[in-house]
Design a protein around this ligand. Structure first.
Ligand code: SF4
Length: 557
């Protein structure tokens, strides 16, 4: 006679799902909180102005200045206060907006000091990655640094023709662009913002009516040829003082160069003019087969006496542009090869064993532990841990994480919450499996005193709490050092993980799964997800409370 399976209690099932959802939600809330804290810390860091560093400069423009306060508004201006705490002006730096705007060799961070009416009292320097000589020359130029004096804060973001310092034009223009960018101007990091002027390429394509991408077309849509633009291709060869905006025109078959032109330049104007004229009137590249360009010797084609550096930069730019244009497209990296397929098969096999009837068979478990150690650990080096979790939380993304590691992490976190079974620890984790086998080496066992056992049981939670607290505080320690997992992929390199690795395996011979019980922070999280499925426990209340505190301190920080 067939026996009927008792029907699952729907209330119990719902409770189970609710608790599983709550626990995963707690985890997600911690991840999200760390991400938000990290992002706002990064934003603050890039916009921080050290008052102690700039106070003397501020005082040179506002003699009554005694201290600098904290930023109060969206425009991130810091109040400047006198000895009585009364405001006497405002101060700002041009970073982070000026960061992407490179002068001769790097970006500069200017200090802009305002009076109480928010009119510029003076401009100074916070720091620069540009060449020291150029920076000194620019900052010593009164015409440059005083060009903003008395202008209102609101007018600084309006595009205008800045005063440029001759002999340091690139550096001074980058500084001026950076200042405009800081106060709202857009596109300041594009040195050649205009499109291709048809008149420039008309000598090569008299019937040109437009440019579509790199195709030059006539009024009736006929393709006349190709035009390549260096700034669009990211080719920036520096001449005497700056880069050029080079146009290379090709015939419709793209076999021959029909002309090369300078559409713009950040180089020394006389050199630019001479080289531009040579390209236009002497047309040294015209008729040259594309195939021959790669073999050209630098300095052999554009001959302009007195402007050789600029001319050579144009030659190198043309060579690089053609190399990139005709380079075969890179084959996309194979995101899924046989190694990944084996890794996923191992994970699936572990899940099948851990969730199915084979779970209770000691021989299957012991056999699969060998697979996990050899394939998952020694060969693939696949393990999920706090370093990976914390870094993904900070980034707010799992992009770039290899698919097998992603699948392993998902299996480790989601399966315990849903099925109440910690399959990762019981079947997949190579370090757990290695401890299993170490435990078989001897029959000798030691029993820890009850008190010590209780104290040690708190270790994984303490380590977990400490790691995440340090991450929340922004202290960049090597989180991977707190666990032994990295040793499986990198070998015996870092001292602390190696010590944890060896000590854990040695202890496992007399204390079964010693590291799992008394050391592993990742195991602690998985235990929290697995424990008492469908039942609200003290741990749930504590975890919820901790997350609430994390979010509240984030809001009030
Ligand atoms: S407790 Fe830690 S070391 Fe042990 S099996 Fe789980 S993740 Fe691996």
């Amino acid at each position: 006679m067939k026996t009927r399976r008792p029907r699952a209690d729907p209330g119990r099932r719902a409770r189970r799902w609710l608790i599983a959802g709550y626990r995963l939600g707690v985890l997600a809330a911690v991840f999200l909180c760390l991400h938000r804290v990290h992002v706002s810390r990064m934003e603050r860091r890039s916009g921080d102005l050290d008052p102690a560093q700039v106070l003397a400069q501020v005082q040179s423009f506002l003699p009554a200045a005694a201290t600098i306060g904290s930023p109060s508004g969206d425009d991130r201006l810091l109040p400047v206060l006198d000895a009585a705490g009364e405001p006497v002006g405002w101060v700002a730096q041009t970073f982070p907006e000026s960061g992407p705007i490179t002068g001769y060799a790097g970006p500069s961070n200017l200090l802009v000091v305002f009076d109480n009416d928010r009119r510029v009292a003076g401009v100074g320097l916070v720091g620069s990655a540009d060449t020291a000589g150029h920076v000194a020359k620019v900052m010593a130029d009164g015409g440059f640094v005083n060009q903003w004096t008395s202008r209102s804060q609101a007018s600084l973001g309006a595009p205008s023709e800045p005063v440029i310092v001759s002999g340091a034009s690139q550096t001074s223009e980058a500084m001026a662009r950076g200042l405009a960018a800081r106060f709202g101007a857009s596109g300041m990091d594009r040195w050649f913002p205009e499109g291709i002027d048809l008149e420039t390429i008309r000598p090569c394509f008299p019937a040109a009516a437009g440019v579509q991408g790199t195709r030059v077309v006539a009024a009736d849509g006929r393709m006349l040829g190709t035009v390549l633009r260096s700034v669009d291709m990211g080719v920036a060869v520096r001449g005497f003082q700056g880069i050029q905006d080079v146009l290379v025109c090709l015939d419709p078959e793209e076999k021959t160069i029909v002309g090369v032109f300078l559409a713009g330049s950040r180089d020394n104007p006389p050199y630019t003019r001479d080289v531009g004229d040579a390209l236009k009137f002497e047309a040294p590249f015209a008729g040259m087969p594309v195939a021959d360009v790669a073999a050209l010797e630098t300095g052999s084609t554009v001959m302009v006496s007195g402007a050789s550096r600029t001319a050579e930069a144009v030659e190198d730019t043309v060579k690089e542009m053609l190399r990139r244009h005709f380079a075969p497209p890179l084959a996309p990296p194979d995101p899924f090869g046989w190694r990944e397929a084996i890794a996923l098969s191992w994970i699936v096999a572990g899940l099948v064993i851990g969730l199915g009837p084979l779970r209770g068979r000691p021989r299957v478990r012991a056999g699969f532990a060998v697979v996990s150690v050899v394939a998952g650990g020694l060969w693939l080096g696949l393990m999920t841990g706090q370093d990976q979790w914390i870094k993904s939380a900070m980034r707010g993304s799992v992009a770039g994480v290899a698919i097998p590691l992603l699948a392993l992490t998902a299996a480790a976190i989601v399966i315990p919450a849903i099925f109440g079974k910690n399959v990762y620890c019981s079947q997949l984790c190579p370090h757990g499996a290695a401890q299993q086998w170490m435990g078989k080496l001897t029959t000798r066992r030691i029993a820890l005193p009850r008190k010590l056992h209780r104290v040690l049981l708190a270790m994984p939670w303490t380590t977990l709490g400490a790691l995440w607290l340090l991450a929340f505080l922004g202290l960049s320690i090597p989180f991977a050092d707190a666990e032994p997992f990295e040793v499986w992929s990198t070998g015996f390199i870092a001292m602390v993980p190696v010590a944890i690795f060896l000590a854990g395996l040695a202890l496992a011979t007399v204390l079964p799964q010693a590291y799992c019980h008394y050391g592993c922070p990742t195991g602690a999280v998985l235990k929290f997800l697995t424990s008492a499925p469908g039942r609200w426990t003290r741990r749930d209340a504590i975890a919820g409370g901790v997350v609430l505190i994390a979010w509240l301190t984030r809001i009030f920080a």
